[in-house]
Design a protein around this ligand. Structure first.
Ligand code: GLN
Length: 469
């Protein structure tokens, strides 16, 4: 990552790029010019370039809070919400000299794969403005792809960092569950959520991951694991790395361009000295069903706090407390969020709990075991990130099931708590990016990033840029 000895001009340049691109892309939800410039001046006045991210402009997904910023999580119910504190990741980025320039647009409460579910309108893919950037961290992916900021943070509950990274032709990393503190992340499904970076190269993503990782006493699920120097492990040597491919998952439902790019990518991995073999993940075809039971159940509990009293918008002109709750939630939440609250409440309710929620937890364990078993014989698992390239905005907005199926290759890593990375691996005939995913054992981000970096260096995809850039 290029650090900037003189911070103000670098930040001013990023702000003007954002301003120019905003009408077409809508990648940002809010831009904090005054705050960012003031912070740049403080860094310049202090002098030195001690931090590893000195002067680097960062976009923050709109569901990660930062003092002084508005954080809407893409929802009307948090339209004017300002957090009194910053997320741990924000504190860590700032301590490393980075400057948050604004918040990036996302699906409401990170529920979605396209940004169609954002209450403020969707983000446009810089490769084709009529198409989705993916979601839910679509604004982060579009902002990085368009060169507005070198890095942005996203959150990944079922693929929301990796899938938009794939659809926008950038690198996205979902860390091991517990690697990065969730303190200050507006919760969607707490047992699945992880924050991670999106960047134009694996190296830059690794650099940011190094900064934001590590135990945080404010998040009881953050792990006491040492944080390796991820960038130091990017030595290009992937000889004898064993890559497992769950062939049985890559059916004819996967776009032909995606399958071709994936097979070519495996050839590249072989040419770099890695070995490729088939692995079985027998329960992963139940991943989507399990994910949408567990994620909605947790969401229904997490979103109970938006009641018009403690956070965000409150309905006016109501006569009773009950009415106030009802109207605030009715007016504040969008259709997809309501659908998930209802689904989640249903699967947790007496009489259905055992049949749905408990069963889903049992299958979740089986899915996690599949990965553990596979990792006895291979070091990494490779899959396409998404079964298709960027689809048109609005195209699946009325077909939730079709939208959910887009997550078929990403939810497994969340259910099993594993790290995953998406790296660009080709373009379709229409010049839309395709992503390649590597999944690793818990805490082995370094292996996964070494593979992604070596792959990236051996292929031309990083140098391809969207027409709007
Ligand atoms: N697309 C998935 C969903 O809608 C994943 C979202 C995410 O990872 N935040 O739930």
């Amino acid at each position: 990552m290029t650090t900037h000895p003189s911070v103000r001009p670098a930040i001013a340049a990023a702000l003007s790029r954002i301003e120019q691109a905003q009408p077409a892309l809508q990648a940002f939800q809010s831009v904090a010019s005054d705050l960012a410039l003031a912070r740049a001046e403080v860094l310049d006045a202090a002098g030195g370039t001690a931090g590893s991210l000195h002067g680097v402009a960062i976009g923050l997904k709109d569901n990660i809070v930062a003092r002084g910023f508005t954080s809407t999580a893409g929802s009307k119910i948090l339209e004017h919400y300002r957090s009194p504190y910053s997320a741990t990741v924000v504190d860590r980025l700032e301590a490393a000299g980075a400057v948050i320039v604004g918040t990036t647009r996302c699906d409401e409460f990170a529920m979605g794969s396209s940004t169609d579910n954002c209450a403020y309108g969707p983000v446009h893919n810089p490769w084709d403005l009529t198409r989705t950037p993916g979601g839910s961290s679509g604004g982060s992916a579009a902002a990085v792809a368009a060169g507005l900021v070198p890095v942005a943070l996203g959150s990944d509950t079922g693929g929301s960092i990796r899938q938009p990274a794939a659809l926008c032709g950038v690198v996205g990393v979902k860390p091991t569950y517990g690697r990065v503190s969730r303190y200050g992340l507006i919760a969607f499904a707490s047992s699945l959520d992880q924050i991670g970076p999106l960047a134009r190269s694996t190296r830059e993503a690794a650099q940011v991951l190094e900064v934001i990782s590590g135990h945080d006493p404010r998040d009881s699920t953050s792990a006491q694991q040492p944080v390796p120097a991820f960038t130091a492990s990017l030595n290009g040597d992937v000889r004898r790395l064993r890559i497992g491919v769950p062939r049985h998952l890559i059916t004819s439902d996967v776009d032909r361009d995606v399958r071709t790019a994936f097979d070519t990518a495996l050839d590249v991995a072989r040419s770099l000295g890695a070995t490729v073999e088939d692995v079985e993940l027998p329960h992963t075809d139940m991943g989507i069903a399990v994910y949408y039971l567990i994620a909605t159940a947790e969401a229904s509990a997490n979103l109970a706090r938006y009641d018009g009293v403690r956070y965000g918008a409150r309905a006016e002109g109501v006569s009773t407390l009950g009415d106030m709750y009802e109207r605030s939630r009715h007016d504040g939440f969008g259709a997809e969020v309501k659908r998930r609250i209802m689904l989640g409440t249903y699967v947790l309710s007496a009489g259905y709990y055992d049949a749905y929620y408990k069963k889903a937890q049992q299958v979740r364990t089986l899915i996690a075991r599949d990965y553990t078993r596979a990792f006895e014989s291979v070091d990494l698992i490779a899959l396409p990130t998404s079964p298709c390239a960027a689809f048109r905005l609005g195209e699946r907005a009325d077909d939730p099931l079709q939208m959910y199926l887009a997550d078929v290759f990403t939810v497994g890593a969340n259910l099993a708590g594993l790290p995953g990375v998406s790296v660009p691996c080709g373009l379709t005939a229409d010049r839309l990016p395709i992503g390649l995913q590597f999944i690793a054992r818990p805490w082995e981000e370094a292996t996964m990033l070494r593979m992604a970096d070596a792959y990236e260096a051996a292929t031309p995809w990083k140098t391809e840029t969207p027409p709007t850039r």
